[in-house]
Design a protein around this ligand. Sequence first.
Ligand code: FES
Length: 155
Amino acid sequence: MDRTIAEIIREILTRLREARSRQPALRALIEVRLAGLSADEEVLGLLARALGRGPGELRRIASWLTDVLDSTGPRSLHRCVSVSCGAKGAADFWAEFGPCLERAGLGREVVPVHCLGQCEQGPSLALGERVYTAGADLVVVDDRPWRESPFSQES
Ligand code: FES
């Protein structure tokens, strides 16, 4: 008998609890994708309740993740490797999530940058003006009108 969506979500959440993931929302949404489920309202509602999060927060992460993995545009994924994010575990974060994103189908270039303006909630990953902040397990919009493009570490 096929497993129900609720059973698959329960299994994913059990694995994340056992792994003591520090970014359960992003990790769960990647696992949902790897399980062949779409992050529809039912799935987002189940995850939001189980994680004690707002459905809007999950929806924003799911939308960001879809764009990171599916968009065909030339934009890079910017990964902050600067001091604050480094002190908050950027290397460990990327060691966990880089392979997860690869398995989920990441095809875009990942560019190390010096800062994405979200130092307090880093480590940070940005696609355009939307930044995933691993410290908060949230996607925020960097809408500072004066911000400059991230300063790449590569030429
Ligand atoms: S040091 Fe990473 S966002 Fe500022």
